[in-house]
Design a binder for this molecule. Sequence first.
Ligand SMILES: *[C@@H]1O[C@H](CO)[C@@H](O)[C@H](O)[C@H]1NC(C)=O
Ligand SMILES: *[C@@H]1O[C@H](CO)[C@@H](O)[C@H](O)[C@H]1NC(C)=O
Ligand SMILES: *[C@@H]1O[C@H](CO)[C@@H](O)[C@H](O)[C@H]1NC(C)=O
Length: 786
Amino acid sequence: MMAGSIAHSRPGPPFKGTFWVMTLALVLVFPSVLAAGIPRDSVYDDVKPVLDSNDLVNDGTNALVGNHFEARQNHGTTILFTVTVFVTPAQPSTVIATAKEGPSTTTTVSQITTRPTTKSTFKGSTLSTLTVVRSSSSSILTSVRSSTSLIVASSSRSSSSLFQPPLAITNNQRSAGSTTSSARSNSSSSATSTISTSSTSSTSSRITSTSTSSPTSAAQPTFVAAVGAETVCVERLKIEDMQTQRPDSFNLLLLAWGELQLTSETDDLSFYQLSRIHGAPFGPWQMPEQGNYNWEVGYCTHHSVIFLTWHRPFLLLLEQTIYRKAREIANRFSADVRPKYQAAVNGLRLPYWDWSDPNTQSHIPTIVTAATVSVTQPGANGAPVVTTIPNPLKSYTFQSADSIATFWQNFARWRTTLRQPTSDGVTQEDLADRTLQNGYTNRRQSTYLAFSQGRYNDFAASIESIHDEVHAAVGGQGHMTYVPYSAYDPIFWLHHCNMDRLMAMYQSAQPNTFIEPGNSVATFANPSSQLDTVDTPLYPFRHRDSSWWTSQNVSTVNTVFSLSYGYPEVPCPLSFSNFDTLRNHTITEINRLYGPAPVAPTKRDVKAYQMRQEWQAKIVIDQAELLGSFTVFLFLGTPPTDPAHWATCPTMIGTLAHLGSPEKRMYSRVIGTHVVLTDTVHENLGPNPTKEQVLNYIRENINWAILSGGKPVNVPQLHTLRVTCVSTEVTMPTCPNELPKKGTDTYHLEVTAGKPGGSKSDCDVNSPFQIDGKRVGLPSHISITK
Ligand SMILES: *[C@@H]1O[C@H](CO)[C@@H](O)[C@H](O)[C@H]1NC(C)=O
Ligand SMILES: *[C@@H]1O[C@H](CO)[C@@H](O)[C@H](O)[C@H]1NC(C)=O
Ligand SMILES: *[C@@H]1O[C@H](CO)[C@@H](O)[C@H](O)[C@H]1NC(C)=O
């Protein structure tokens, strides 16, 4: 929650100081209907707050006195309305909401006490006791009173326009609260799922964090700025290290992540809504309902130069949400252990999954595959209790059939996210793990080579194709393989945290290059620009002052430190040191983690090591050639006859994965990747083969095959697939704080020319076919100068 300052001009004693914005949802439930089962679709359709004639919100004294609303609805069941309250935290204050039926019966429906002091004062738990059970009525008069100077600014989910915020607020600081309801009006009400998730404690509370320092136009909905943990810099750790090195922080991470998944899916800060930003169901997130939108896609920026930078505020938003939740949880522990957990909150950052790490060799971390996890949580009276909960890192379970109703194919039926599922919707973690592990050697080599790219755009594109391939290996025909659904699998976030880390490492290692303008990609709120640049807004992410994030805002490595995080390779303690020290540290780590093993120190070997020939297979294809998601598998050796074994067989070296939407054809764009063959070549021919030996070996053994939607594709029928053998001289570092340097590429067309999809001319490599039959300039990262 943010605090800001206001000074407004209503008559009477000036209302000055910081204030909180808080939204309460009050739900009134009629027991007769509860017994009969709540008719969910009709319950809320005519709830309207009506200004009572006694309202005197601008009277200059206690703004709350006499502030009434009438809630009516026609079906005689449940009434919900939302009240947004602006509170001065300078003194404690009790807020009481009462409901009145007829002249004599008054029931207190909600009472909360606000406390002065800092941000963490409000707790969700304090607000979660707002149920009242009423006998019968179709109209209820409710009033909200408080012990101190409060202003009620707005009410009701469906018709905030009926209720104007006090002048004092509109004049100076028309703040988020007053537009909360309208911003959410189309997303079918926080009310509905409040009831459907739990009919007996039909309450919800929402604390809306908002910027108050610089109001936007009245049409802007409430927003939560992407700001991160807002504390000192703390490293995000590899997930295995976070478990062992910060066990209490990790415990809180699991608890908070678990609670986030249980947060009502209508809450903008629920796991569902945060993941939805990336993909489906397509729609605005904290942006006006009406706009220049593309309702076919989500906000994510795949295949654009702003791919990596867009995901940076995306991750921050999840990180800060989990962080704040963890802080609430820590405060629920009893006084004797509370300090320990409060301290552990400080060590909480998103963990990452390093799928190129030589120690774990691309295995999926055990902690993200276990069905349940053991955690210590605050029990009765806050005493720590060890208990077992469903593992929030394994999957997400959608809260209702409605949440996935607009999804396609199986995804409209699968209520839980799945990895490499069978056609019956059973997750196969083991298959996902074996698929991942099988791609390890190529993945580690490709990660290393990406750092040899001299231009940021080339680095980003190389890393993105590794990223695609990891998505598809985890997902199979499950959520991770399809862009609209991938962010619902919790492993998405650990995967992307690693992407962010690689970006930060590159920024540290190669500080003089950043985004150059490139082809744009249509996204939900940016449907039609021609070029994406450092200044393209990263919708829907905002800064505190409500301005949009841009890539410019993360153009140097130092920017991560000010967002309260670092990584072991880009550590916080070096944030104030000499730039070179940081760079040297990062490069040393890149070489240690991903560089090839040093060779025996004979003269010949050293020379071969220093001028290393990298052998690669370059694959390009127009993503519009096939429907849905597809994967091109590259083999050195014969592929198994059963396509189900392609991904995990020993002859499979690497893949080009295209992530799409089920059954959908993407817009035309040639995508590509390099699969690194060098280690396999060395394994089979020894450390110093002649060029001729290598070319013969690759020609005799190279094969490729494609699965689209899990089914084999007839390769000779494809128009745009081209596979080429490429060798590159890479100058290896002679000391640990130097990066490898990529030399010129040489094509060996004769290696693949005889096969369906094999390149036959330099043009096939430099300027491959589009699906419309024209040749195009390649995306810069795969263009090759000869
Ligand atoms: C509201 O949502 C419905 C689908 O639920 C959609 O058809 C409609 O266009 C939306 N309205 C606005 C104003 O965006
Ligand atoms: C973000 O970058 C834009 C330029 O693209 C700049 O105008 C804006 O001030 C920056 N915002 C912050 C908070 O740094
Ligand atoms: C970083 O490494 C370079 C190259 O070895 C060296 O010249 C320089 O002194 C190092 N700088 C720092 C600050 O360690």
